[in-house]
Design a protein around this ligand. Structure first.
Ligand SMILES: NC(=O)c1ccc[n+]([C@@H]2O[C@H](COP(=O)([O-])OP(=O)(O)OC[C@H]3O[C@@H](n4cnc5c(N)ncnc54)[C@H](OP(=O)(O)O)[C@@H]3O)[C@@H](O)[C@H]2O)c1
Length: 337
């Protein structure tokens, strides 16, 4: 049975995962918390990118270093090597601890070994699971742990944990995950050049690196003459779809001259269905034009004022996650209606 303290710990696991939302694509964002019997948190971890250690492994790694003072594990980054190290060095330090994880631990050999085996081997006492893993290849971790004597609690903050999986579930269902990214000044202005700090812009570039399509309006292309690449993180630039009623653009605009990039000019959004992870950037008219195709909004807000018109966001936006990023804030919203 899920108890109040499980919800509190799962909320922390959720927060740690949301900080990497989009960056783990096409893997799910996942967070985990390891705690003792009194609810004291030993460590918190998140899955940071596809091919990187799963959230459980990050959490167990930090806990091991904290509990034993053995710093040899700090240098080990590869998931299989962390599994091997923990398996042979744990010395029972995990046996009285509980793990709260937003997604059922995986039970298959993918890019990383199965978390279910590691959790069992370390003797974790209780595992609290948010979302159930429904993927054909990875499911079964919870049942495996139960059958090996681990106490498993299911469905803790299940709705919130399922919501965290939105991009991953879209990918599994062969549908695009579409979000609108917006940078705003403190007084809600979205136009007039750079608005947010380098930390926010670097995060946007990391997200562009994971996207296969960036949608931009014709007016922004003409006004800003943008490059729209991922240079701040040395990432790869996504293809660009210019949403416009006109066909003719000045091809000396930098976005047209990025290597290995396709630029489409379209007067409809139909082609979005051919892509997997799509970021839309734009101003007030763009917000209105794509409102029916967008459910997720990622808003970066600067602490500085700017002259210009205040942007109006769609109504019924619910704040799902909020964090500081550099001097700015970063908020994920979901449109509920
Ligand atoms: N703060 C931010 O995150 C951010 C990001 C990007 C841009 N901006 C700013 O936003 C301002 C521009 O905003 P905006 O909303 O006016 O322009 P926009 O982002 O370019 O979006 C509007 C454009 O979308 C196209 N469009 C709209 N409805 C359409 C339809 N039914 N069919 C085809 N195309 C359609 C039109 O392009 P055509 O006119 O070519 O037909 C229109 O100019 C600029 O100042 C820019 O700097 C801010």
């Amino acid at each position: 049975m899920v108890v109040q303290s499980d919800n509190a710990l799962m909320k922390i696991a959720l927060e740690s995962a949301w900080a990497y939302q989009g960056l783990t694509f096409p893997n799910p964002a996942v967070g985990a918390v390891l705690s003792d019997d009194n609810g004291n948190i030993i460590s918190v971890g998140a899955h940071k990118a596809a091919g990187f250690p799963h959230a459980e492994v990050e959490t167990l790694k930090s806990a091991y270093i904290k509990l034993t003072g053995d710093k040899r594990l700090e240098k080990i980054q590869n998931s299989a090597d962390i599994h091997a190290f923990l398996s042979s060095h744990h010395n029972g330090v995990f046996s009285q601890l509980s793990l709260h994880v937003t997604l059922e631990p995986c039970h298959h050999h993918g890019k990383t070994p199965p978390c279910s085996q590691l959790i069992k081997m370390l003797g974790i006492k209780k595992v609290v699971i948010g979302s159930r893993d429904l993927s054909v290849h990875a499911q079964g971790g919870g049942a495996f742990l139960e059958s090996n004597g681990v106490k498993v609690v299911w469905d803790c903050l299940r709705n919130e944990c399922d919501e965290l999986l939105s991009p991953f579930l879209a990918w599994q269902n062969h549908q695009p995950f579409i979000f609108f990214k917006l940078a705003l000044s403190k007084n809600g202005v979205a136009s007039g050049g750079i608005i947010t700090s380098e930390a926010s812009r670097t995060m946007v570039h990391h997200l562009r690196d994971k996207c296969d399509l960036l949608v931009i309006g014709g007016n922004t292309v003409r006004t800003d003459r943008p490059l729209l690449d991922a240079r701040l993180c040395d990432g790869s630039a996504p293809d660009v779809l210019i949403y416009s009623r006109q066909n003719d653009f000045d091809v000396s605009i930098p976005l047209f001259n990025v290597k290995n990039r396709k630029v489409l000019i379209e007067n409809s959004l139909k082609k979005l269905q051919q892509y997997k992870m799509i970021m839309i950037e734009g101003g007030q008219e763009m917000i209105k034009s794509v409102e029916n195709s967008v459910q997720w909004y990622l808003v970066f807000t600067s602490p500085h004022f700017k002259e210009g018109n205040k942007v109006t966001l769609p109504s019924h936006l619910r704040e799902v996650f909020f964090q500081k990023i550099g001097e700015d804030t970063m908020t994920w919203y979901k449109k509920d209606a």
